[in-house]
Design a protein around this ligand. Structure first.
Ligand SMILES: N[C@@H](CCC(=O)N[C@@H](CS)C(=O)NCC(=O)O)C(=O)O
Length: 235
């Protein structure tokens, strides 16, 4: 039995990617909660793993060459874990693998950051800036159209089979109503979403630390930790 992977995480879309993959792979793992609304991401022990003070991050005590490996950035973690497990979720066929990589990058460079900015300006910012809200509302809709087009041609993002590209993207598509998105308008995304949501490993993954999920509006203290001076003081 391999040594458990330590997952430094919180129940957010980027955290859920890693929880879902670990559940799919059946690799043993332990969870180290990083309460990002309380500022745990600035604690020295977490900064020692990631200078970016964002979850998720992992420590694999049995990394390459039997040496411990620390990793941050969710897609890098997904590739690493799927490769470590020798899983087809990181496709072996080179053309399919590059297609998978392409959609991983689309999520990391497009879906994640744009949806994040939408959340910020539409839900978290105390000052409601119409230009910013419109800009990110349009981007969220545009990215859904891109995904819908792809999924009209292909069962999953990388091809006919479920892969880490889907695991990377799914947590950002669930709870679409929070982004004022009606998935019925994107029928191929809806079909894909429902197929993934039905997977037992996905259902277990999104339950990790679920009792800590933030409900309701952000407090002033949380806002200060997430968007205030704390962010810039971190070393
Ligand atoms: N590109 C990073 C983004 C990670 C990220 O933004 N994580 C958020 C939670 S979803 C976080 O830790 N936020 C803490 C903060 O903003 O201080 C990844 O994919 O791992």
């Amino acid at each position: 039995m391999p040594a458990p992977i330590q997952v430094w995480t919180w129940p957010t879309p980027n955290g859920h990617k890693v929880h879902i993959l670990l559940e799919e792979l059946g690799l043993p793992y332990t969870v180290v909660p990083v309460a990002i609304g309380k500022g745990d991401q600035f604690k020295p022990e977490f900064l020692a793993i990631t200078p970016n003070h964002r979850i998720p991050a992992i420590i694999d005590p049995e990394g390459p060459g039997g040496q411990p490996l620390q990793l941050f950035e969710s897609a890098a973690i997904l590739i690493y874990l799927a490769e470590k497990a020798g899983s087809a979720l990181w496709p072996a066929d080179p053309a399919t693998r590059y297609t998978c990589l392409q959609w991983l990058m689309f999520q990391m460079g497009g879906v994640g950051p744009m949806f994040g900015q939408f959340n910020h300006f539409a839900n978290y910012a105390t000052e409601k800036l119409p230009y910013a809200i419109e800009r990110y509302t349009n981007e969220v809709a545009r990215l859904h159209r891109v995904l819908d087009k792809r999924l009209s041609e292909s069962a999953y993002l990388a091809g006919p089979d479920y892969s880490i590209a889907d695991i990377c993207t799914f947590p950002w598509i669930r709870n679409a109503e929070r982004r004022n998105i009606d998935l019925a308008q994107y029928p191929h995304v809806l079909r894909w979403h429902d197929a993934i949501a039905a997977r037992p490993a996905v259902q277990r993954g999104v339950e990790v630390l679920a009792e800590n999920q933030r409900r309701g509006t952000m407090t002033d203290a949380e806002r200060e930790v997430m968007f205030g001076k704390t962010q810039f003081a971190a070393r």
